[in-house]
Design a protein around this ligand. Sequence first.
Ligand code: SF4
Length: 398
Amino acid sequence: MTSSSPRADAASPGGHSCTQREEWLRLAVIQPSPFCNINCDYCYLPGRSETHRMSPETLRSVVSEIFRTDLVRDFITFVWHAGEPLAVPISWYEDALTLIRAEAPPELAILHSFQSNGMLINEAWCEFIKSHHISIGLSIDGPAAIHDVHRKTRQGKGTHEQAMRGARLLRQHGIDFHVIAVVSGESLDHADDIFDFFVGEGIHHFGFNVEEQEGIHTTSSLDGVPADRVAAFFRRIFERQKATGGKVRIREFDNALARIVADTDTVNDFIYENEQVRPFGILSVDWQGNFSTFSPEMLGVETADYGTFAFGSLRTGGLDQALQSGTFLRVLQDTTAGVERCRAECGFFKLCGGGAPANKFFENGSFNSTETAYCRHVIQLPLSIVLDDLEADLLSKS
Ligand code: SF4
């Protein structure tokens, strides 16, 4: 999960408890356009130079199909994921939000969410975000010397200054936001610099994605980096967070603690409900109406083995097309087998639920596999750090 991955939004402020177990669709990741206004070198998204936009007819088909099914219960989050979501005009979203409210059951709670590079934020976007109570996160990797290494314009210039201008504008408008920072090779020796930068900017809620091999990004600056360097980075971030006495929230450690507490509360009768391994836990739809499920990063990727992971088109039919898709049935079978292997082989299974199918496929070449760099960094490491800390606290009190 690198850069603007939609999974980032699933755990954003205003998101829902990681301990809920209901089997329904709670996250729809919709791509109004594949276009991005910048060109980060670790981005996994294909087609980000293309300026196509979802038509009103396609959007109407997508929205009515989502509400036609019995998959939606009490609430749903729409993550507007492009490219860069703010590269699509405000008027497009005004129409989209009006349509969704008109089509949705009246009692349904709806949250809209953007994960943005921040470059296009202006007064009009602030007004729109505020008036519609939209959750927003910015992708900022830390201070300019780290951020600008990878997050560049198409002309190769750094984007930090403009992204921070966007962040400050949000703050001036009283809009609460979180930040997602990608940890790359350049970040590892700078945990304190990154932490101090965010806190110095008044940013008290952030999370980290680790640069991964995913989609068209087939190598990572962390390839071959010893695991203890990544561990040292996260341990230092945790120490700094702890020293703030709860003033700073960090997604990875908050999620780890929530799962550990849920496991304790249920007297160890807990298995984390992992939306990515459950068909239609997450629905991903591209600008043409093609849909996929499991990890959102799978949509738009073409592979030699499976072809594409689009399981049908909501422009021409319903979600039940997946049941006629040989690819869907193979992915389901292989993903389920991978989860069962995780259950049998991994001590973290109950707090993880079987990881991210996309990472298993892109890193290991198969959904029917277990450990990945992603799960070591983002699941196992934060859980280990928080568990070690809880144990040390207990020992010091005994
Ligand atoms: S931590 Fe990794 S190996 Fe363990 S259950 Fe999760 S995905 Fe599987």
